[in-house]
Structures are given as C-alpha cells and as structure tokens.
Write a protein that binds this ligand. Structure first.
Ligand code: AMP
Ligand code: ZN
Length: 145
C-alpha cells in the first residue's frame, strides 16, 4: 500500500526527512514544509490513499479523531486564536500531493496572511438552490460511495 512516486510515502518510510510531531501505527503527523502559519501540520495515514474517495471510511474517521486531539494540543501549546482543518481532493480543489492528508492550520490574530482560506461567494437563485438541494438530498442509509 505504498506508491513509489509519492513524496509522503517516502517521508513515512524515512527516506525523506520531516519534522515529525506525532506518530502511531496508522498515522504520521509532520510540519508542512511551506507553512501557512506557525505550526501548520499535516496528518498522513501511513497507507497510501490518493484522496477522500479512496481512503477507507473507518480510517478517515480515525484521522478526524486524531485531528480533534491535535487541534486541542496544538492550540494549548501554540496559544493560537483559531484553527482550520483543511483537506483537498484533486487538482481543481488545490491538491498538490496525491496522498490523502489533512491540514491542521493554527490561526493567529493579526497574522500577516490572515486572509488565507477566504473565498469569494457565488450567487445562486432560489430555484438553483432548490435544484441542488434535491440532487444532493440523502439519508444515513443512502449509497454514497
Ligand atoms: P495539498 O495542496 O493539500 O495537496 O497540500 C500539500 C502540502 O504538502 C503543501 O502545503 C506542501 O507545502 C506540503 N509539502 C509538500 N512537500 C512536503 C514535504 N516534503 N514535507 C512537508 N510538507 C510538504
Ligand atoms: Zn503515498
């Protein structure tokens, strides 16, 4: 479950150095080499899955659980004022490394780049909103995969 061309697989195998802040049997958490803020970190599952569509549902759940724990820990240590979780899938959505990962981004009041993660709003008519709502409506038992 490793992709020979994947930089995160190489980091997990210790073939490329990283600033590791946490490790267990399933995950490695490293500092992002081009951080958006002080402490910006990435949760990497040790198994290679390209994105949210490929990762096993239970493992994705455990990644979110770890994100919760680390958000609390990092906020305490860094004394940051806010926190973003981010997870990109496919190039169109900004994904540049095609090994599933979750960004943990501490945010600070008065930071130079305080507008990171702000997007422009798109406007839709009530009819368009109704249409997309009808297309997306699902329940716990719906087939989503
Ligand atoms: P994404 O754009 O969501 O695919 O995020 C990929 C992230 O990986 C970017 O924020 C990069 O700065 C980061 N990155 C790329 N190579 C490395 C590396 N060798 N060590 C740590 N972070 C990396
Ligand atoms: Zn990989």
């Amino acid at each position: 479950m490793r992709d020979e061309t994947c930089i995160f697989c190489k980091i997990i195998a210790d073939e490329i150095p990283s600033y590791t802040i946490y490790e267990d049997e399933e995950f490695r958490v490293i500092l992002d080499v081009n951080p958006a803020s002080k402490g910006h970190a990435l949760i990497l599952p040790k198994e290679h899955y390209a994105n949210i569509y490929e990762i096993e549902e239970e493992l994705a759940g455990r990644a979110m659980r770890l994100a919760k724990k680390l958000a609390v820990h990092m906020t305490k240590v860094l004394a940051c004022d806010g926190f973003n979780l981010l997870q990109n899938n496919h190039q169109t959505a900004g994904q540049t490394v095609f090994h599933f990962h979750m960004h943990l981004i501490p945010r600070y009041k008065n930071a130079k780049n305080s507008d990171i993660l702000i997007w422009n709003h798109e406007n839709f008519t009530p009819e368009e909103m109704e249409e997309v709502k009808n297309a997306l409506k699902c329940s716990r038992d719906s087939e989503q995969g």
